[in-house]
Design a binder for this molecule. Structure first.
Ligand code: HSE
Length: 446
């Protein structure tokens, strides 16, 4: 059978890796897919660099891919069967993906931002045109988490997902904790190593993780992509003290993306939130360090399963891109009725259960506050919490530094509704003996 022809849009880190993996594992990939997979066209703005990359990556004896700088020519080329979109962002990438679909091409994309914001439109168009949009590389780089959620766990009612899904922020938190380095120093390192997004605020403000979480939530619960309803809080305001205090109490701070199904019937909702989270230091996920990613999934039948691996990088991400190419190639080599729906659930069975506002979520909390070191202060604080039926789990008071009259108090609480905690924090901040703002971090025992 003739090989499947692939048009590649954007040949950067992941595009280069995709060439490399396809060339190195060509025979094995063909045995799995049932047909050869060849990149025949490449579009990139930087023609000279793209040509040099293609030349060096093409196996001897094979015609090299034709390189151009007009991506629309590639998506409209009748000889291209699958378009791989590695441009990123939701400007031109969206137009190209929709144009490829309109031309009856299957699409493989690593573009989490595009799917989280415009996935509903894109999957609708793909459904109408009868083509596949595959996106394993969009979440967790090389970790096959989309495959696990869409296929491996279909017997389960998924209860929640908690993931470290941004390598840059995990790397920053790990380095800050291990080496006591400042936030900015570590961010610069991450950018140099090529982990960070073009706009690093996406990494450090939890937006990239929010995009990935939105995709996983949709697949896990059979709901539309609703990134605009996600709560995102990054790591920029975390201090070395919070990291240290959490350690003293037996916790690590991780930037977690959490999505959870709560309530039933009328009161059903979905939590969709990214924020720094204290996790017991003994948990496997608390020990995921550096740029690695991990996703913990709780299903009612299987219990907890965890998926761990490289969340970014050239060949790890290419591993996911090529797996999608194999899946699509198999459409032509196996029974086409055996397709997996894009969002795991049948398109006419997507539910409209709402995403809860952050005030309605339930969590345990870490609170740090600066207080005057005199009698009754602690009693006032605990009274505020008791009045709101917030139960204290642990407490540490630090001695004031030499010459100072104020001390840090760190409290861990049991679970409560965020709205209740908001009110308690406002009352604590209003106490004359408490100075400044209360630092609040959410805590999950998982
Ligand atoms: N910037 C992302 C991260 C990598 O740091 O995890 C690609 O998703």
């Amino acid at each position: 059978m003739k090989p499947i022809n692939v048009g590649l849009l954007g040949i950067g880190t992941v595009g280069g890796g995709t060439f490399g993996v396809l060339a190195r594992n060509r025979d094995e990939i063909e045995r799995r897919a049932g047909r050869g997979i060849r990149i025949t066209r490449v579009a990139d703005k930087d023609l000279a660099r793209a040509r040099a990359l293609v030349e060096s990556a093409t196996p001897a004896g094979e015609p090299p891919a034709v390189v151009c700088d007009d991506a629309f020519a590639v998506v409209r080329d009748p000889d291209v069967d699958i378009v791989v979109e590695l441009i990123g962002g939701y400007g031109i990438a969206k137009d190209l993906v929709l144009e490829a679909i309109a031309h009856g091409k299957h699409v493989v994309t690593a573009n989490k931002a595009l799917l989280a914001l415009h996935g509903n439109e894109i999957f609708g168009a793909a459904q109408a045109r009868g083509v596949m949009v595959a996106f394993e590389a969009a979440v967790g780089g090389g970790i096959p988490i989309i495959k696990a959620l869409r296929e491996g766990l279909t017997a389960n009612r998924i209860e929640w997902i908690a993931g470290i899904i941004n390598g840059t922020s995990n790397f920053i938190l790990s380095e800050m904790r291990d080496k006591g380095l400042a936030f900015d120093t570590v961010l610069a390192q991450a950018q140099k190593l090529g982990y960070a997004e073009a706009d690093p605020t996406f990494d450090i403000e939890g937006i990239d993780a929010g995009h990935k979480l939105t995709i996983m939530s949709a697949i896990a619960f059979g709901v539309p992509m609703r990134f605009e309803r996600a709560y995102t809080e990054g790591i920029t305001r975390l201090t070395a003290e919070d990291i240290r205090y959490a350690e003293e109490l037996g916790y690590r701070i991780k930037l977690l993306g959490i999505t959870r199904r709560v309530g039933e019937g009328e009161s059903a909702g979905i939590e969709l939130r990214v924020h720094p989270t204290l996790v017991p230091a003994s948990r496997l996920i608390a020990n995921v360090e550096g740029v690695m990613n991990a996703v913990l999934v709780k299903g009612d039948a299987v219990g907890q399963t965890m998926y761990y691996g490289a969340g970014a990088g050239s060949e790890p991400t290419a591993s996911a891109v090529v797996a999608d190419l194999v899946d699509i190639t198999r459409l032509a080599t196996v029974d086409p009725e055996n397709r997996v729906p894009h969002l795991a659930f049948q398109p006419d069975r997507i539910s409209s259960v709402p995403v809860l506002p952050i005030a309605d979520i339930e969590s345990a909390y870490y609170l740090r506050m600066r207080v005057q070191d005199r009698p009754g202060v602690l009693a006032d604080i605990t009274r505020v919490l008791a009045d709101r039926t917030i139960s204290i789990d642990a407490m540490v008071q630090k001695e004031p530094a030499a010459g100072e009259s104020e001390a840090d108090i760190i409290l861990l609480t049991h679970r409560t509704i965020e709205r209740n905690m908001d009110a308690a924090i406002a009352s604590i901040e209003a106490l004359a003996t408490v100075s400044g703002r209360v630092t609040r971090l959410r805590l999950e025992e998982l």
